[in-house]
Design a protein around this ligand. Structure first.
Ligand SMILES: Nc1ncnc2c1ncn2[C@@H]1O[C@H](COP(=O)(O)OP(=O)(O)O)[C@@H](O)[C@H]1O
Ligand SMILES: [Mg+2]
Length: 284
């Protein structure tokens, strides 16, 4: 099985990036995969969702980026900055806090945009989830460059279409300039109101733009907000709730297409090995 680095991206705020990143990471851990969640937003919402808001981490993404501002003989590794193992087995967290914002200009001036990707070399986690800020800025661009896959949550309002069009442009630029193998997994429909013409119309528009719309859709529920205050991902606190069931369904769907892709790659590798040395030279 190949490793995945998934960014949950949308420059629009409040669409459910943090909720989905944290809960997909929890689903991944529950399904037995070694999982790392990297909070890449100086607001630190993913960290608060896992640790509570009072904890000031001794190690964090801020500390990692700080170390990147100095010359180092050895390559810095993000894995030395894991904040906590979390209370969820298999799930580790690199937290983030407001101090990261203060490093932004220095990081930009010193052209450190590749540092997140560099720090993820020698990754031993099955799945890494990146939760960027609601902006098209240094920290979210660093995530798009480091990721192998992008998942785009939308919240079914009229501005979602425009945001999705802008995201397409951003992805094209990132692929062209930095990360040609980035895979667009598709749109996650969040805060879905069943059967409403409005939601269905938006989903249809997104498909017309050329996006794959992933299923199941995630319904709206007050339990999501409650799970934030309870400092417990909803898939852990209320695994049978319709929102949790949708999140598990979504995770399994992503995993299924991953397995399909993996076995295609495996078959191609076997076929390549079975070719004569002369034949395979031609294809190298
Ligand atoms: N499916 C949902 N149902 C109800 N509230 C939701 C749902 N998804 C997210 N929310 C709420 O919407 C707000 C924004 O979600 P969040 O995950 O922080 O978005 P983002 O990271 O994109 O800014 C939070 O208060 C969260 O609890
Ligand atoms: Mg967020």
């Amino acid at each position: 099985m190949s490793q995945k680095i998934r960014v949950i991206y949308n420059q629009k705020g409040g669409v459910g990036k943090t909720t989905i990143a944290v809960n997909l990471a929890a689903c991944s851990a529950i399904r037995g995969k070694r999982t790392l969640l990297i909070d890449s937003d100086p607001q630190g919402n993913a960290s608060s969702y896992i640790l509570g808001s009072n904890k000031q981490p001794e190690k964090s993404l801020t500390h990692y980026y700080e170390s990147c501002l100095h010359l180092n003989i050895f390559r810095q590794s993000i894995f030395e900055y894991i904040t906590s193992q979390t209370r969820i087995p298999n799930l580790h967290l690199v937290a983030c806090n407001r101090e990261l914002e203060e490093l932004r200009t220095k990081l930009e001036n010193k052209h450190k945009i590749m540092k997140l990707k560099d720090g993820l070399k020698n990754n031993t986690y099955d799945h890494v989830y990146l939760d960027p800020p609601p902006a098209n800025d240094f920290f979210s661009l660093a995530c798009l460059i480091a990721a192998t896959e992008i998942i785009i949550p939308i919240d079914c309002d009229a501005f979602s279409i425009r945001a999705a069009q802008e995201i397409k442009q951003t992805i094209d630029e990132v692929k062209q300039d930095h990360n040609p193998s980035l895979i667009v997994k598709g749109i996650v429909v969040n805060q879905y109101q069943k059967g409403t013409k409005h939601s269905l119309g938006i989903i249809l528009e997104l498909k017309k733009i050329g996006y794959q719309v992933l299923e199941p859709y995630i319904p709206t529920s007050i339990k999501v907000r409650e799970s934030h205050s309870e400092v417990k991902p909803i898939v852990i606190g209320y695994p049978d709730h319709p929102v949790s069931q949708a999140l598990f369904g979504l995770f399994d769907e992503l995993d299924k297409s991953e397995n399909k892709l993996d076995s295609q790659i495996e078959i191609k590798n076997i076929q390549a090995k079975q070719q004569s040395p002369e034949e395979s030279k031609i294809h190298v």
